[in-house]
Design a protein around this ligand. Structure first.
Ligand code: PAF
Length: 275
């Protein structure tokens, strides 16, 4: 695997490749990321991964400085997955001057759910993803469904800018006890780790209730939030939405997803379940 940190060298290495499958990451790779690499391999060749902790998508009070970084371990894992190029730029390479041109997703997509609790998050994500696409010039790019809203927003960005990149969604990978794999799980204490599957269990119970015929979404949301609070969580949101645009679900909507974000101690976890 070639590890490349400059945009110029990346372009030289990838020149002439027109079937690149790209997986952007912020590192601290786990089995979930590795499943994205494997899916990428089914959709293109060569596979290019990136590791870049993107300051633009962190709020001033958020965990940019303490975001888990494990570059050497990550390199070893990517080598094993047969990744051809790892693009790992320094911040001064990606943002040599202040990044003043930015992609601002529309208010109705970018400022709800995650965007409400992490103002500017999707602006930072879209800006870096567009820039990474410009550097790598992939034909396909793989994004995990765990970040459901991110996947939807990036897909719509590609459509609206007619970017020649197909966005491939990847299923969430879970631990045996149901906890969705996430880089932030490493911030959980041993006790919190044992409690963490309760988020998935709550979403599963809500899903089961809908499948069994309940359509009082707002009551179901309140009950699920109350269950989380009773178990010591601090939920930011838990909401039944339409899959296509993540707007609130109404009775009769066909494809639904329940999305949630909640803090357990100091760690903020997100998860979702398609219904
Ligand atoms: O999902 C992530 O890890 C990040 O938001 C991404 C897409 C790599 C952009 O920094």
């Amino acid at each position: 695997m070639k590890i490349i940190s400059s945009i110029h060298a990346l372009r030289a290495q990838l020149s002439g490749q027109n079937r690149i499958a790209f997986v952007p990451t912020m590192g601290n790779l786990h089995e979930g990321h590795l499943s994205l690499m494997r899916l990428a391999r089914q959709h293109g060749d060569p596979v290019v991964a990136s590791i870049f902790v993107n300051r633009l998508q962190f709020g001033p009070q958020e965990d940019f400085d303490t975001y888990p970084r494990s570059f050497e371990d990550d390199v070893e894992k990517l080598e094993k997955e047969g990744v051809y190029v790892l693009f790992a730029p320094h911040e001064r390479e990606m943002y040599p001057q202040a990044q003043e041109y930015r992609i601002d997703p529309p208010h109705h997509l970018g400022d709800m759910l995650e965007g409400e609790f992490r103002p500017g998050f999707f602006k930072g994500v879209c800006t870096v993803v567009l820039k990474l696409f410009a550097c790598v010039q992939p034909r396909v790019a793989v994004f995990g469904k765990k970040d459901y809203q991110q996947l939807m927003i990036i897909r719509q960005m590609c459509e609206q800018f007619a970017l020649p990149v197909e966005i491939v969604p990847a299923q969430t990978v879970r631990a045996q006890d149901g906890l969705a794999l996430s880089s932030r799980n490493s911030g959980l204490s041993e006790i919190e780790r044992a409690q963490a599957p309760f988020l998935y269990q709550t979403l599963s119970a809500l899903k089961d209730a809908i499948v069994a015929g309940r359509h009082d979404f707002s009551d179901l949301e309140k009950e699920s939030m109350a269950a989380l609070i009773a178990h010591g969580w601090q939920p930011d949101y838990l909401s039944v939405r339409r899959r296509c645009d993540l707007q609130p679900a109404h009775v009769g909507d066909a494809s639904l997803v329940v999305v949630a974000a909640a803090k357990l101690g100091a760690t903020r976890l997100i998860d979702n379940l398609e219904i």
